[in-house]
Design a protein around this ligand. Structure first.
Ligand code: ZN
Length: 352
């Protein structure tokens, strides 16, 4: 079934293609991912700060922000690594151990984490558990379809909302380690300043997409906030999973839309069967419309740890620029200086 974002519903099936899971404990990367502007001794140590607040985050979009806020004052571990689908994720015995040892557990909530959230919520009686989205004003959460009790959990696709999340994480860390308060506050402020730049940059770049091309077709319905915030209509293909597939009629309906609106590109994502996207391309070609695949987007997971795309900022930049390029927008040769400076950390690893 094809739905616009207004008909979006939390669909395990649409999100689910990946059967593997991994516990990615990359607290050791904290130094490489140190907060922008984080003041530090030349040797990387933090004077007089021996706290080792143990923070466990569910998804990498949260873990990365936590790492930025923590600097080297806390050890941040992320349960779900590259390519892992949070909707279907089940806690492994190793996860439960990590969670049990944590001083602070950070999760998205809003039904993103599925069954893992149940495990986490049960731990809240003895461990500090924070739903990082809890300070986002209700009015800014996207409610879904006819059932307004359902909320779209993919809030990270509006950078201005993830700025609020950074503040929530800061406050949680200060509560858990008051001695690190100044450090956490400074790191969070620097990171929020960077996010402000990313938000403006994203809006500017996506504003360059011609009005007629402002339709983003993906099969995974994670991009409702992205479209609403940056001015794109979003359509997702539902029912594309290992146990159900889009019908021929669904594909034909979508082809009609793509052809009639002369949309130049559609997008794949690791949770989306490629053959369905190919069917759209073929269908459009048969109707004389040259549709291309506009690249792979990061939806519910980021790229590999230690790369630019393995950071929240890098993930967003990748998506924004891929969408703009594919839909006829203009991506500047150089990003704003603060963003370039942040991304230069990863230049040696071959990422832009
Ligand atoms: Zn999702």
């Amino acid at each position: 079934m094809i739905r616009s974002w207004t008909g979006w519903r939390v669909s395990d099936a649409a999100c689910a293609r990946r059967g593997w899971l991994r516990v990615a404990a990359f607290a050791g990367a904290a130094a490489a991912l140190a907060a922008v502007g984080c003041s530090r001794e030349p040797d990387g140590s933090t004077p007089g700060t021996t706290s080792s607040l143990r923070v466990v985050a569910t998804v990498a979009m949260i873990g990365d922000v936590a790492r930025e806020v923590a600097g080297d004052r806390a050890a941040v571990t992320t349960l779900m690594g590259e390519g892992v689908d949070p909707h279907l994720y089940k806690a492994s015995p190793g996860d439960v151990r990590l969670l049990a040892q944590a001083d602070l557990i950070l999760y998205n909530g809003l039904h993103l984490e599925g069954r893992l959230a149940e495990v986490i919520e049960r731990m809240s009686s003895r461990t500090k558990v924070v739903r990082v989205t809890e300070d986002i004003p209700e009015i800014r959460l996207r409610r879904l379809g006819d059932d307004s009790s359902q909320v779209d959990p993919h809030a990270w696709f509006d950078v201005s909302l993830w700025r609020i999340v950074a503040a929530r994480i800061r406050d949680a860390m200060i509560a858990g380690d008051p001695g690190g308060g100044e450090r956490f506050a400074a790191n969070a402020l620097a990171y929020q300043t960077l996010l402000d730049e990313v938000h403006s940059y994203a809006a500017g770049v996506l504003a360059s997409v011609p009005p007629a091309n402002r339709l983003m077709v993906t099969a995974h319905d994670a991009f409702g906030y992205f479209g609403a915030t940056y001015g794109l209509e979003v359509m997702g293909i539902q029912g594309l999973s290992t146990d159900s597939e889009a019908s021929l009629q669904d594909i034909n309906t979508l082809v009609d839309t793509l052809v009639s609106r002369r949309v130049p590109a559609v997008f794949v994502e690791s949770s989306v069967p490629r053959k369905t996207v190919d069917a759209l391309v073929e269908g459009c070609r048969a109707r004389g419309h040259a549709l291309v695949v506009g690249g792979e987007l990061f939806g519910d997971a980021m790229g590999p740890p230690g790369t630019a795309q393995g950071t929240y900022v890098g993930m967003m930049l990748h998506n924004v620029e891929a969408v703009a390029r594919a839909l006829g927008g203009v991506v500047p040769d150089r990003r704003p200086a603060a963003i370039e400076a942040y991304m230069r950390r990863f230049a040696s690893r071959g990422d832009r």
